[in-house]
Design a protein around this ligand. Sequence first.
Ligand SMILES: [Zn+2]
Length: 372
Amino acid sequence: MADGLLRQRPVNVLYLRDRNHRALQLSVDSLEGPAPLRLNGGFGLRDSRILVTLPPGAAAAPPAALTTGQGRSLNNDIQQRVAAPSCAAAQPAQRLPPALAARLRAIAGADDFTADEWSGRCSLCGWEGLFRRAHRSERETFACQDCRATLRYRGQAETLLTLLGEGRFATLAALADSGGLDGLAIFEPGISGPLRRWLRQAGHYEQSFHDPALPSGTGRDGLTCQDLMGTAFAAERFDLVVTSDILEHVRRPFAAFAEIRRILKPGGRHVWTVPFGGEPPALMRARVDASGAEDRLLLPAVYHGSGGDGLSLVYTDFGRDIGRLLAEQGLPTRAVRHRLEGDRVVAVTFVSTRAALPEEDLAAAPPGGGPG
Ligand SMILES: [Zn+2]
């Protein structure tokens, strides 16, 4: 009996990937009583401070245990405290990395969203039926029960259908089957997500993984590493680049936008999403100073689930000024808003177009001529 209880005792797992982390300050809420914190994954953590907050009323506990995965972890300071009752009720979810919060909520058997569902047709695969809410973030739920596309992917697919199919096709499957992608060169960074099942039917299709330890263009297991801040592709290679919740995880996002512009043909499109819901902030904000070789946190670390079981650090919170900032880079951008219940915006797809920059107009103008 006591043995059974021990085996069910939860473990707080912090899963690290993408790079070796250093000098992070992490705050982890344990919804159960004292539980060991297990640092896992293929990457290490050094010189960091982790504060584990136990629920109100929890017994005082010995310091959290730490075991590591394959990565090197050393010189980390792990402390525990017991939350005051009012604090715990006020904001546990905001301090937690979202994927960890979801895991802990699953352990606790509780969640805090309103159940909801509606009937409809998936804009990727054409499945028809009930889309159910199973997650607090609306853009991350209402998944298709066939291809698993969530609301944000279906919004992105609708935008692609408008751009590529001129509204003649209801689904990506129908567009691809009609040969509507045959003449296109498409780059879709990453290896997961429901869009690529159809986008890979393009005349030329590239996907990629990212490993900061490898130069762009390196092959591994049949896939190619590409750093979005500097790919191995030739200039003007693609008609379309599609990114889904990737750019918030890139160390220097404007370097990535410039690189995407470089590999797009003139007039080519970048169709992209980042976490951007109904009330985005006015101004874009860096969460991490990535100007040097090592990351330096400017704001508390926030992680998103990145496929499988991993967590990726968020470098940037995008704001409503992104359109103006990208227009200045030769990427005029518009936002396509996806609404629920009539008017409520729950997801946004951005469409950036490679346009000429003023200096390129000058370079292309005949001698003696000029704009104006
Ligand atoms: Zn579907």
